[in-house]
Design a protein around this ligand. Structure first.
Ligand SMILES: Cc1cc2nc3c(=O)[nH]c(=O)nc-3n(C[C@H](O)[C@H](O)[C@H](O)COP(=O)(O)OP(=O)(O)OC[C@H]3O[C@@H](n4cnc5c(N)ncnc54)[C@H](O)[C@@H]3O)c2cc1C
Length: 324
């Protein structure tokens, strides 16, 4: 299928520091390229990665490809890796099975139309074809062997702690190539999202407000947007959600935020602290909270005890049905 036998090791970073389990991947990668005559290339993404990139030759990388993508964000990392893979066409890419890698590698596989084997504990390679056997424990106590015969690159995540990282050889250096990817850095994506929300109707003028609190979690805000859309309203938030950086500060309701006067205020995962409710001058308040003792129920006209992740999707469905 391909004569390129290069194996990439994806090196994860956090604030410019290498996530240690990434280094473990050099051991099986070097062993496999030793059999095929290929090269191990380290690929490092993140912010402030200049120093970290320079050290990767010490672990056996023949070449280092680096991209300044900003801190982890699934969209930016998927786009950057897809672009690099399409440019260099490696034969295989290995990832340490960290939470971030588990989050974006399946998206990447879909984007570049190849497969990915998750949580491998053993690897071997056919020296002639470069075909990797990705082995993973499967139900029933068996070890499943997965081959990626028809597409490239072959990709897999490797469980942490299975391999020992090579001892760094400080006399080794590798060429570092900085690539500009068009992937929008994660910080810009977040800023853009905030700008889009800002550009919406101000919460002070809104007739219907769907407000999210700390209980909504960042993923819940996606549901709240959908409910607000279905109702023709806007999304607002408690200070706890704003402080967590899930939504722009101009969406904050309460003592240090804005006083709102909608016809309908739906409080989702908001406890109902005094500093919040002083900002709620609504005709009708609906509270959704999974704690029946939450103070928000004391001021609510209608209360629903339950998780927003159950209640809000059901509400969206009913609103859409009612609108036909
Ligand atoms: C000087 C000062 C000014 C302040 N100004 C403001 C202000 O302007 N606005 C403001 O909002 N706060 C303000 N605060 C902060 C305020 O005191 C509270 O800390 C804040 O309102 C709490 O936000 P919350 O209800 O989102 O979070 P929490 O108090 O953490 O409540 C989260 C709620 O979510 C519920 N929950 C959890 N999971 C789920 C789920 N899956 N489904 C449904 N419910 C769930 C929990 O039961 C809980 O009731 C101020 C504080 C101070 C000291």
């Amino acid at each position: 299928m391909t004569e390129n036998r290069d194996i990439w090791v994806y090196v994860e970073t956090d604030q410019g520091k290498i996530v240690k389990s990434s280094l473990e991947l050099f051991t099986p990668a070097l062993e496999m390229t030793g059999k095929t005559g290929g090269q191990v290339t380290a690929v490092i993404l993140g912010s402030n990665i200049e120093e970290a990139a320079k050290t990767l030759g010490q672990y056996g990388a023949g070449k280092v490809i680096a991209a300044r993508t900003g801190e982890y964000c699934p969209e930016a990392y998927t786009a950057a890796m897809a672009q690099l893979i399409n440019k260099y066409k490696p034969d295989a890419v290995m990832f340490s099975a960290t939470a971030n890698a588990k989050d974006f590698v399946s998206k990447l596989a879909c984007r570049i139309k190849t497969g990915v084997t998750a949580n491998c504990t053993e690897l071997s390679i056919d020296p002639e074809t470069g075909l990797i056997s990705w082995m993973m424990p499967a139900p029933g106590g068996i070890v499943a062997t997965i081959l990626c015969e028809k597409t490239r690159p072959q990709m897999g995540t490797v469980c942490r702690g299975i391999f020992k990282a090579p001892v760094p050889d400080e006399s080794r250096e590798a060429e570092v190539i900085f690539e500009d990817t068009d992937a929008v850095p994660s910080t810009q994506i977040r800023r853009l999202a905030k700008e889009i929300i800002k550009a919406e109707k101000s919460i002070e003028d809104a007739g219907i407000i769907v407000a999210g609190g700390y209980g909504a979690r960042p993923e819940g805000f996606v549901l709240l947007e959908q409910l607000a859309d279905a109702l023709g309203g806007v999304v607002a938030a408690s200070r706890a959600a704003v402080d967590a950086d899930w939504i722009a500060a101009d969406r904050m309701v309460g003592q240090s935020g804005k006083v709102v006067h909608p016809k309908l205020y739906i409080a989702c995962g908001i406890s109902g602290a005094l500093q919040h409710i002083v900002g709620v001058a609504a005709d009708c308040v609906v509270a959704i909270n999974n704690d029946p003792r939450a103070p928000i129920f004391e001021i609510a006209d209608y209360g629903i005890v339950g998780s927003i992740f159950d209640v809000v999707p059901a509400l969206i469905e009913e609103v859409r049905k009612a609108k036909g």
